[in-house]
Design a protein around this ligand. Structure first.
Ligand code: EPS
Length: 390
């Protein structure tokens, strides 16, 4: 399953084409729109989300609510385009009063992008580097999520920290999957703990007052996976690398840990590895899940638990120093409407990337023509695994 997005942040629309979707998969626009709304929400978001009402339009590959096996095209319109028709016009001359953006923001793609593309206007870069593009990914991942849901796999996320405000996750690798979705979604920071939510909001308020921005960490959980997705034999089969690459493709993600992650490097082997057990009629399982659901580059069948770190957003209302690309003199970096914190939204984007990586691994293992054959293939696989423990 491959996807490609196109579209600028203030252009008319975001478009995604996804290829490799089996025929016969039921698709719900409502579920995709619910995910788009989750991506727009969260304490600390800026003015843009008051303008947009992200809504998906599917223009190919789906007929009477089911996939037909051809590429699917999804469109999310930018309502803000109405305010940018002259500055973002595809043709004609630039407006005479156009203000080029020549004071690149440290931490954003502005400077390196302008150097790389030989541009005298950082807007050409930031329009595409903007995290607005992640709306297209979340919309497209709705298809991957429907596919996984059909096979009994669910994915969710929650925020662990924003700045120094932290949720002390009681038993992250075994019990993480027991949070009620409502406890996460009703929190303004998408954190299941009310006290931590309030501490995170206070941290965001403080940052806003200081003209600052904030990053944080979030955890992703996928449950209901079969063991054996991915592979151990070649580098590109390993699911660890595939999920890691997918998550690092999300703007501002600076760290990804599986299960215990860096903590595993501080412990003795017996305090890290998960003892193997055989449960009659169910097959193999583990006494713990420190590996976070991956061993040898393959899913173990236990919940997949991944933690991501997001850096603070680069647009600062109290900006850092930069260099003006016209005058080559020091100046304050460009300021434009932005978010103070987008960690709750980034977690939803993380879910999307995880869904693509897992859906791709399922298709690779069980075929990709149609849902009936895929389900039959999974049933046969699970029957064989159960036979071991009869
Ligand atoms: C975003 C839309 C953007 C930003 C944000 C994410 O809209 P605008 O630039 O019109 O305010 O709010 O992007 C960034 C913070 C960034 O650095 O790129 C969105 O829809 O998620």
């Amino acid at each position: 399953m491959r996807y490609m997005t196109a579209g600028e942040s203030h252009g008319p629309q975001l478009t995604t084409i996804i290829d490799g979707i089996p025929a016969g998969l039921r698709i719900s626009e409502d579920s995709i729109n619910a995910d788009l709304a989750r991506r727009q929400s969260g304490y600390g978001r800026g003015g843009r989300q008051k303008i947009e009402r992200d809504h998906v339009r599917i223009v190919s590959g789906v007929r009477f609510g089911r996939t037909i096996g051809s590429p699917i095209t999804l469109v999310v319109e930018n309502r803000d385009w109405q305010n940018w028709t002259d500055r973002m016009a595809a043709f004609g001359d630039a407006p005479s009063d156009l203000k080029r953006e020549v004071t690149p923001r440290p931490g954003h793609a502005d400077l390196v992008g302008a150097l790389k593309t030989d541009s005298d206007d950082c807007r050409n870069i930031l329009e595409r580097a903007s995290a607005r593009e992640t709306a297209a990914r979340v919309a497209a991942a709705g298809i991957a999520r429907e596919f996984l849901a059909d096979l009994g796999v669910s994915i969710f996320s929650y925020v662990l920290s924003i700045g120094s405000a932290t949720f002390d996750d009681p038993d992250p690798f075994v019990r993480a999957h027991e949070f009620a979705p409502a406890d996460i979604e009703l929190s303004e920071t998408r954190c299941p703990d009310p006290a931590a939510t309030e501490a995170m909001k206070a941290e965001i308020d403080r940052a806003r007052k200081q003209g600052e921005s904030l990053g944080g960490t979030f955890r992703l959980v996928a449950k209901g996976l079969v063991p054996g997705l991915g592979g151990y034999a070649t580098a590109d089969e390993r699911l660890t690398g595939r999920i890691g690459a997918a998550l690092f493709s999300v703007p501002a993600i600076k760290g990804v840990e599986f299960g215990l992650g860096f903590e595993a490097a501080r412990r003795m082997g017996s305090q890290v590895h998960d003892p193997i057990q055989l449960v009659r009629g169910r097959g193999f399982t583990r006494a713990s899940n420190n590996a976070g659901g991956l061993e040898g580059g393959m899913s173990t069948g236990l919940p997949l638990v991944v933690t991501c770190a997001m850096k603070p957003i680069p647009t600062l209302m109290n900006p850092l120093q930069t260099v003006n690309l016209d005058t080559l003199e020091p100046e304050s970096a460009w300021r434009e409407r932005s978010d103070v914190c987008a960690v709750p939204a980034a977690a939803v984007v993380g879910e999307a990337e995880l869904a693509f990586a897992l859906a791709d691994a399922y298709l690779e293992k069980f075929g990709h023509d149609n849902m009936a054959d895929i389900r039959a293939s999974i049933d046969a696989y699970q029957r064989r695994l159960r036979t071991v423990s009869r």
